[in-house]
Design a protein around this ligand. Structure first.
Ligand code: FES
Length: 102
């Protein structure tokens, strides 16, 4: 299992969203208590960065039309979006948020 460091864990507070770029992908990191989840940063309804949205527990709300997604699996919870977000596997290692590859 390959781990690629993204950001130090202490730069992502509980309830916070942070967009990172990795190999051309814009990934949104979402911290919920001691867990970090990662989804595509772009809303699937229209092109807007979900980093401008609001995270409430596991629900991520788009700032434009209010679609909600579950950051654990990317599933749409509320329309108007009807396409799930892609997700990325994340691990915490040595106090870093890391992308799991391979
Ligand atoms: S752009 Fe996100 S819900 Fe419309």
């Amino acid at each position: 299992m390959n781990l690629e460091r993204l950001i130090p864990l202490d730069q992502l507070l509980n309830g916070q969203l942070k967009r990172v770029e990795h190999e051309g992908a814009r990934i949104l990191l979402c911290r919920v208590d001691d867990e970090v989840h990662a989804v595509d940063d772009m809303c699937t309804h229209e092109d807007i960065s979900l980093s401008l949205g609001v995270l409430c527990e596991h629900r991520l709300r788009c700032p434009l039309h209010g679609s909600e997604f579950d950051v654990r699996d990317g599933k749409v919870l509320n329309e108007p979006a009807d396409v799930d977000l892609a997700t990325y596997p994340i691990a915490i290692s040595e106090e870093w948020v890391c992308l799991v590859k391979g």
